[in-house]
Design a protein around this ligand. Structure first.
Ligand code: ADP
Ligand code: ADP
Length: 542
């Protein structure tokens, strides 16, 4: 089996024993003989935020093109496409019937935020203001600019924006449009947690206050949970077929997804569940010290930005999580460790060999993936390397492709592999979750942890996906301050202490899902929210 459908294969790759219900029906659309087929459609609803949770290449864009009226669904009859009447007949009595009627009648309008915001500068010449003014249809631009803190870059050329700035500008440009239906393909890459929560709230407001239909694909589960009213899970074999389930409650959808088993569909989508630790996290064991560093201070220029680092130690063989807003000095700290930057105060004779994966992955030479990775490690192709690195990061299928042809998620996986394959004292991964779908995040998390355990490697991971940090890290380092002005790096501490400090800054508390122990963001000012704040338990609350 291919590992997705454990028992049954709709593609005749193995004998079909028990075809799941969804795949016995006609698909919504099939591109051609032996081409991708999409089963099921998401059902956007007025005034609601509908989420889709699932891998890339599973037909989300295909579904949106259908919902936008750009692609007439053929119910699998690509040779002799049926008309709209047959399509509507096929969807009679389903959640999506009314919506499809509106599509048939022609005038549904759609605004879409693309997945890869990094591509925007290639398509647009001009500054932020010019880009945003083009889509200012609801007279909401000023408000969006303020809420998303875009003001400081309004007159900056789009070419010069960072990934996080581009993401917020793209979001504002989409939400400023006046359409019936908004499709947002991932909102969180490059955003810090505060910005993620703001983006989620803006989307909710547009649904609740303006009655708009929102469809959001999102891989940050904590944010998806906060954002969506209902959830479709998508599964299948990327590139071959995709099934979009009927809507579930967000809670059940995420829980079933994490459990690896979809209840209504009677479908196992992963051999093992993803589990969160119930109460206190891994207690920070006392390992040997890799490096001890004293208090440090570093400023740029005439003190436009200054970072104060509280002295501490990094232990051998640990995964140290690093959290904090963007622009607070995390990369600056990394450069102090490598010796690339000299501190103004304090002596950091560290001289560590660091293997570094930057936040913005830029590998795009015209070179094959296998050649590139082989140039980094002579372990390349060994059975150890294949099992621990290539397998979990799903590199086999892209080994022969050119780096320049990779998608964002593929490039990220190659970059993580390259970082871990180098020999170093310390592995530093800056936002490894960006552009990975949930399954790939889980796999990457596992690869990084196993690597640390088996190679006695020490890993520092900066990420804004709180679930990924929870699953990955042994201890936590918290940065706070005022972005772009001054930052403070706290000493590494236990997960519990670190999460409490970090989330107190953000004023966000998490409760535990009763069934799965999955952390869920509390409604602000709810009883639990207030109680946990009083008790100072922001994350690992009972
Ligand atoms: P997602 O948005 O989930 O990443 P897409 O809907 O873009 O997925 O694509 C799903 C699959 O359909 C991919 O394998 C893609 O190559 C294929 N596909 C998309 N458009 C066409 C087309 N016009 N003809 C044939 N195959 C297509
Ligand atoms: P983070 O990694 O937390 O996003 P950085 O360490 O990259 O933060 O940057 C912190 C602040 O320092 C930002 O305001 C950034 O613009 C500024 N900065 C970074 N590098 C330089 C530099 N070489 N010269 C001047 N300012 C810089």
């Amino acid at each position: 089996t291919c590992g997705i459908c454990v028992e049954k294969c709709p593609f005749d790759a193995i004998e079909i024993i028990n075809l799941p219900q969804e795949l016995q029906d006609d698909p919504a659309h099939r591109y051609g003989e032996n081409a991708f087929s999409l089963y099921g459609l998401p059902a956007p609803q007025e005034g609601r935020v509908t989420g889709i949770l699932g891998p890339n290449g599973i037909g989300k864009t295909t579904a949106v093109r259908i919902l936008a009226g750009e692609l007439e669904p053929n119910l699998g009859r690509f040779e002799n496409p049926p008309g709209w009447d047959d399509v509507l007949e096929a969807y009679r009595g389903t959640e999506i019937q009314d919506y499809l009627e509106a599509v048939r009648d022609g005038d549904l309008s759609v605004a879409r935020k693309p997945q890869y915001v990094d591509q925007i500068p290639k398509q647009f010449d001009g500054n932020t203001r010019e880009l945003l003014e083009r889509t200012n249809e609801r007279d909401a631009l000023e408000y969006l600019v303020e809420r998303l803190s875009i003001g400081p870059v309004m007159d900056q050329s789009i070419d010069d924006l960072s990934g996080g700035e581009l993401q917020r500008v793209a979001l504002a440009a989409t939400l400023a449009r006046d359409t019936d239906f908004y499709f947002l393909d991932e909102i969180t890459p490059y955003l810090d947690i505060g910005q993620r929560v703001t983006a989620a709230r803006l989307i909710r407001e547009l649904a609740e206050d303006e009655g708009k239909s929102m469809l959001v694909v999102e891989h940050d589960l904590a944010v998806l949970d906060l954002l969506a009213d209902t959830l479709h899970v998508a599964y299948g074999e990327p590139g071959a077929y995709g099934v979009i389930t009927t809507p579930k409650s967000v809670r059940n959808g995420i829980n079933e997804y994490l459990a690896g088993y979809l209840e209504n569909e009677n479908m196992r989508i992963r051999p093992n569940p993803i589990e969160f630790e119930e109460h206190a996290p891994r207690s920070a064991t006392r390992g040997d010290t890799l490096v001890e560093y004293p208090d440090l201070v570093k400023s740029y220029g005439d003190g436009e930005f200054s970072l104060k680092v509280e002295g501490g130690e990094i232990r051998k063989n640990e995964v140290l999580g690093v959290v904090g807003p963007n622009g607070i000095g995390k990369s600056t700290f990394a450069k102090l460790l490598t010796g690339a930057l000299e501190p103004d105060e304090g002596e950091a004779e560290l001289d560590l060999e660091i293997s570094y994966k930057p936040q913005y992955v830029t590998i795009d030479q015209p070179m094959r993936v296998d050649a590139f990775l082989a140039s980094i490690t002579d372990q390349f192709g060994s059975s150890y390397w294949n099992t621990e690195i290539a397998g979990p990061l799903q590199l086999e299928r892209i080994m022969e492709q050119s780096l320049s042809d990779l998608s964002g998620g593929e490039r990220q996986r190659v970059a993580i592999a390259a970082c871990l394959s180098d020999s170093a004292d310390l592995y530093l991964l800056d936002e490894p979750s960006a552009h990975l779908d949930v399954e790939q995040r889980v796999q990457a998390t596992r690869a990084i942890r196993r690597y640390a355990e088996q190679q006695d490697a020490t890993v520092l991971v900066i990420d804004h996906d709180i679930y990924m940090i929870d699953l990955l890290a042994d201890r936590l380092m918290v940065f706070d301050g005022e972005p772009a002005v001054h930052g403070r790096a706290g000493t590494p501490q236990s997960m519990r202490g670190g999460m409490n400090e970090f989330l107190a800054n953000l004023e966000v508390t998490f409760r535990r899902d009763e069934r799965t122990s999955r952390p869920r963001i509390n409604k602000p000012d709810s009883q639990l929210d207030r109680q946990q704040k009083r008790e100072g338990e922001y994350y690992y609350a009972p």
